[in-house]
Design a protein. Structure first.
Length: 396
């Protein structure tokens, strides 16, 4: 298994023949039949970032006990460009053989399931997750029956859009329970308002957690006098692709996006970009826990400082594995699950993993990341198994 700082087992580099941009597919390890991870479109993306993201995906699989390896792909491209969809088409066409044999793709930064599925339809691939059907031994019809569940409505969105946020919310609630903070009294700040952040907001709000601030790439919305934000209203208007309304009221102020770092809260959730918490933030933030939903959201230096300050840090490899766990909940059962079955699986297994992580960290007197890495290293490999199996098979 590769980890950040060591070489992945497969790197495919792409140079676009029309526009000259670069793209990469990185399959971090080849220990199992399947490798899974998302596709992102990001200006300034580098191979090294894709390598780190793929390594993190492998760790997510290990800590979740999923019998697959990590992968990631992406293109160095402006996501606002009108040529985005055609750029995606050319890149995915280039890596098509991997999609058909080993690589289970999902949406990541600046991509959505519908636009990726549209590219696959043009290429004659029945799904961006066709490799899952192959290695789960599912017929196209049986596979499609399960995939349809991803399009079912949940709250303001669909299971596909909210599944990762469900895992992040569960990780946050498990951290609060470990800290003996009642959910209805907990104060949470979330950096981001895209799919992951808004999904976490939805489930936390449903559980009665008080979300006192949100931020997008331009601004923040912070409560005044501790009044929680009206998450239901914000989500109802969330068709603006991750952007918050610029509203002011007697209970909410709109400010600079970095104002959220100045707020005192129980849990801070970075759920949008890499390196959201750096040394400066780590030295000054007044929080009890960081639950890192976005990949690489906390720098190594910042994580060391937070540990020294006694602040819990649930690492991205765990807090961000809701999407992977949802695939297990969807494809692992022998019988077709319901949408609620999938969400329950994500919630229950995430809470169990977080609890085990925090207990291991306390028991061994080590950081939460070191505890996570030890758990990953101890996870057995199952190279000949289906990627997703029922829970009773995982225990046996």
């Amino acid at each position: 298994m590769s980890t950040a700082g060591t070489a992945p087992e497969l790197i495919v580099e792409y140079t676009d023949p029309l526009e000259g941009f670069k793209g990469w597919l990185v399959i971090d390890a080849l220990s199992h039949k399947l490798a899974a991870g998302g596709l992102r479109v990001q200006k300034g993306l580098t191979c090294e970032v894709v390598r780190q993201l793929a390594a993190t995906m492998t760790l997510k699989m290990r800590i979740a006990g999923i019998r697959a390896d990590g992968a990631k792909c992406g293109i160095d491209y402006d996501p606002s460009s009108p040529g985005k969809q055609e750029a995606l088409f050319r890149f995915i066409r280039a890596i098509q053989p991997y999609l058909e044999q080993r690589y289970s793709m999902g949406p990541d930064l600046n991509t959505t399931m519908p636009e990726l599925d549209a590219v696959c339809a043009r290429l004659g691939i029945f799904s961006i997750k066709t490799a899952v059907a192959r290695h789960q031994n599912l017929t196209p019809a049986a596979f499609e029956e399960r995939v349809k569940l991803l399009k079912q409505p949940v709250g303001h969105a669909t299971l596909s859009r909210l599944r990762s946020g469900a895992g992040l919310a569960a990780a946050c609630m498990a951290a609060l329970e470990f800290l003996d903070i009642p959910l209805t009294k907990a104060r949470v700040v979330i950096q981001g308002f895209g799919g992951l952040a808004s999904g976490a907001s939805y489930f936390l709000n449903q559980a009665g957690v008080q979300i006192i601030a949100l931020a997008d790439r331009d601004k923040s919305l912070c409560s005044i006098n501790g009044t929680p934000l009206d998450i239901s209203a914000l989500l109802a208007g969330a068709a603006c692709k991750g952007l918050l309304p610029a509203e002011q009221s007697s209970t909410v102020r709109c400010g600079d996006r970095r104002e959220i770092y100045k707020l005192s809260c129980d849990v801070f959730i970075p759920a949008a970009i890499e390196r959201a918490i750096d040394r400066q933030a780590a030295e000054t933030m007044q929080v009890k826990a960081i639950v890192s939903g976005a990949n690489l959201a906390v720098t190594d230096e910042a994580e060391a400082i937070l540990h020294q300050r006694g602040i819990l840090v649930i690492p991205d490899m765990l807090a961000g594995c809701g999407g992977s766990l949802s695939m297990e909940g969807l494809f692992g059962p022998d019988e077709l699950p319901s949408v609620q079955d999938v969400l329950n699986h994500v919630d229950h297994k995430t809470r169990r993993i977080v609890k085990n992580l925090l207990q291991r960290s306390r028991q061994d007197n080590i950081s939460q990341r070191e505890a996570a890495l030890r758990i990953c290293a101890e996870t057995p490999l199952h190279p000949d198994s289906k990627p997703y199996v029922p829970l009773e098979e995982q225990i046996s």
